[in-house]
Design a protein around this ligand. Structure first.
Ligand code: PLP
Length: 407
């Protein structure tokens, strides 16, 4: 059996059946912005591996960090032991997020779980027994059960898990203020994706809701959790989505771009107030400790990725990407099948009226040398910051022609 056949037999792909009903492409290698398929076909990547490969693929700085650390120590347990790459990373994240207490996690979803647990603990430490959260319609915070409990109930898989999920309170962005005031005594906090809601609908908001969420959470001592897993590390043009409103959340979750898309790693960062309140209370500790917490390989790569980002001209690079997305995609609004076009930072989104085109658009782009994976009615691209203008034009051209051919 060849690899494609084995893949069909044993490998369950995300959001898919086994075997997959769609064709799964076998990747041989990657470099720069390019994915090379088994048959030698080269595709320019418009997805940056689910928005994580911010420096492109096989970046030598990240690969060197990985190689060097692998000779010293790949991993050692984090309970009772620490390691320098992990300490360096927590220090860097504390400086970069302005939230001084950092809990390392293996994936974005886990960091959201830990954030929810921490917010509940904080309230318990203050003798408040609140376990519900306010979350937003169109929210996406990950696929584990706790995370699903704060994802939009209508466009996620909530209904399949019914009573098993924690019940939370959902509102539209423009109802957030009144909802917080209404439920302030029942909730531990508010969780939101700042400025851009990602996988739940690629919605771009202006910053007012963040300011009012911050004010009200401070006023009522609720925990404001900013999930920056998708928006963080400059995807929206500023380092954090929260920077658009100049606010500091109580808890921030980061992931995806943290290791430049090389390793699985995420983190929950909290204010000193949160960690002090829990640590000095009778509860005392946070009961969470993944086996691979503080993995030295992943932390070394994350340190290299953050240093690389901070040394680069990321603001100019992302502005340039944004200019090209706006210039090349805006006119698509004139097509009948297009409902909206919106761009921010390194994100370009074309929303269609119908979700029936996703597969055809993907196939058209692959035939034209571009890897893109629309979901539902959202045809979008999030690129790495090292993409060249030519590569980006190739992506936008494929997107444009794919849509024009459908008209
Ligand atoms: C905003 C947000 N939160 C959480 C997650 C979950 O992260 P992971 O896939 O690393 O578990 C994602 C992933 O897309 C995300 O976009």
């Amino acid at each position: 059996m060849n690899y494609k056949q084995l893949d069909k037999q044993h490998t369950w792909h995300p959001y898919n059946s086994l075997p997959s009903k769609e064709e799964i492409l076998l990747v041989k290698k990657t470099f720069g912005q390019t994915i090379v398929l088994e048959d030698g076909t080269e595709l320019i990547d418009a997805m940056s591996s689910w928005w994580s490969a911010i420096h492109g693929y096989n970046n030598p700085v990240l690969i060197n960090a990985l190689k060097e650390q692998s000779d010293i120590m790949p991993h050692v347990m984090f309970g009772g032991l620490s390691n320098k790459p992990a300490i360096d990373l927590c220090t860097k994240l504390a400086n970069l997020t302005k939230l001084s207490s950092v809990f390392l996690c293996d994936s974005g979803s886990v960091s959201v779980e830990v954030a929810l647990k921490t917010a509940i603990l904080y309230q318990k430490a203050k003798n408040k027994n609140t376990t519900k959260f306010i979350a937003l319609k169109n929210a996406y915070h990950g696929d584990t059960l706790g995370c699903m409990g704060v994802c939009d109930p209508d466009n996620s898989m909530h209904s399949l898990y019914g009573e098993y999920l924690p019940s939370n309170i959902f509102c539209e962005v423009n109802e957030l203020e009144e909802t917080i005031i209404k439920y302030k005594d029942e909730i531990a906090g508010v969780i939101l994706e700042p400025i851009v809601q990602g996988a739940g609908g690629m919605k771009i908001h202006d910053s007012d809701y963040l300011k009012s969420a911050r004010e009200l959470c401070s006023k009522y001592d609720l925990v404001l959790i900013a999930d920056e897993i998708a928006t963080g590390f400059a995807h929206t043009g500023l380092m954090w989505g929260c920077d658009h409103a100049n606010i500091l959340p109580d808890i921030m979750t980061v992931g995806k771009g943290l290791t430049g898309g090389t390793m699985s790693l995420a983190a929950m960062c909290t204010s000193k107030n949160i960690s002090d309140t829990i640590s000095k209370s009778d509860i005392g500790v946070i009961m969470h400790g993944p086996t691979f917490m503080g993995n030295s390989l992943a932390c070394s790569v994350a340190n290299a990725s953050i240093d690389l980002l901070l040394k680069s001209n990321w603001k100019d690079d992302i502005q340039n990407i944004n200019n090209i997305f706006i210039k090349e995609l805006s006119s698509l609004i004139k097509l009948d099948i297009v409902k909206d076009v919106r761009c921010i930072g390194a994100i370009g989104v074309v929303e269609l009226h119908d979700d029936k085109y996703a597969r055809i658009l993907q196939e058209f782009c692959v035939k034209n040398g571009v890897w893109i994976r629309p979901f539902g009615n959202l045809f979008y691209s999030i690129v790495s910051y090292t993409i060249s203008n030519d590569e980006l034009y190739k992506i936008t051209k494929a997107m444009r022609i794919a849509l024009e051919e459908l008209e």
